[in-house]
Design a protein around this ligand. Structure first.
Ligand SMILES: Nc1ncnc2c1ncn2[C@@H]1O[C@H](COP(=O)(O)OP(=O)(O)O)[C@@H](O)[C@H]1O
Ligand SMILES: [Mg+2]
Length: 167
């Protein structure tokens, strides 16, 4: 079978792999208690470009792992939209992403327990998390540090006009 000509920008010998893939390979970790705005942030900024990995949706760690491995193998950018409050939880994604050559970017939703509880209460149906659950997550929260392996780490707060992101 004859080979198709390589498209412009292709990496030599790998016709389906372009140089630009290198910059596109990004693993994003959202870090914040329930109601801090993580999933909304995902929808606003990453919906068109990144696969969403979310334990509430996937239901088991086993299914989550399958999707994570698929993103890594496909060189597909993704966002881990879990609370990710413990450094040990984050380590799993950071190590796997780095080993696959991904850039790792963190967004830390600075805790605002009052606001999170208010927003959480306003949610409909099964999405609302009981107050002790939110406070428990807040207690377990270990703020992310660059030393964990983040290539970029930002803080996110909810301002009057939406999300405010700062380095
Ligand atoms: N920037 C924002 N400004 C106002 N309300 C917001 C904002 N982001 C999220 N919310 C609201 O707060 C609630 C929780 O947001 P969500 O994105 O589901 O948080 P999380 O995924 O961190 O639990 C939702 O009802 C959402 O509409
Ligand atoms: Mg969410």
């Amino acid at each position: 079978m004859s080979r198709l000509p390589e498209p412009p920008g292709a990496v030599s010998g790998r016709p389906n792999c372009r140089d630009s893939d290198a910059v596109d390979m990004e693993a994003v970790l959202l870090i914040g208690i329930q109601g801090s705005g993580k999933s909304t942030f995902y929808r606003e900024r990453f919906f068109d470009t990144h696969v969403r990995i979310n334990l509430d949706m996937l239901r088991t760690r086993s299914r989550e792992k399958i999707l994570l491995q698929a993103c890594l193998a496909a060189r597909q950018p993704f966002v881990v939209d879990n609370t990710n409050v413990r450094a040990a939880e984050r380590k799993v994604y950071i190590e796997a992403a780095k080993a696959a050559g991904f850039k790792v970017v963190g967004y830390y939703f600075v805790p605002d327990a009052g606001g999170a509880l208010r927003r959480n209460r306003a949610r409909q149906g099964r999405k609302a998390v009981p107050v002790p659950g939110v406070l428990g997550t807040l207690k377990r929260l270990e703020p992310p540090l660059p030393e964990e392996g983040f290539d970029e780490l930002y803080e996110v707060e909810i301002g009057a006009d939406g999300f405010v992101v700062s380095p």
